[in-house]
Design a protein around this ligand. Sequence first.
Ligand SMILES: [Zn+2]
Ligand SMILES: [Zn+2]
Length: 101
Amino acid sequence: MSNDTATAPLPPFRGLSPRQQRGMDCVWCGVTLTASTAVDLGPRPLKILDYATRWFPRSCQSHSGDAAYKALLDHSKDCPTCLEGCETGAQLRQAVREARR
Ligand SMILES: [Zn+2]
Ligand SMILES: [Zn+2]
């Protein structure tokens, strides 16, 4: 239960689709965002090789305070294979998706 979105953890940038990286789709579930559904998560520092920049992640409203994505985060930050189809990560992502309904 925190509204501190400026420091909230996010999925790894390199695991996101180009649309998610541009803030067009939810960083959590990939749903397409509209002006009325998007939640601005604030600018985040991003380092690509030696190039430091920022990106502007957005999510859909159903993810604020959602337990499933917190579990996914806790898991994925320690899991080296999450971006290559780790099963636990896939199950957690599924749970995140279902929590939206
Ligand atoms: Zn979402
Ligand atoms: Zn994993």
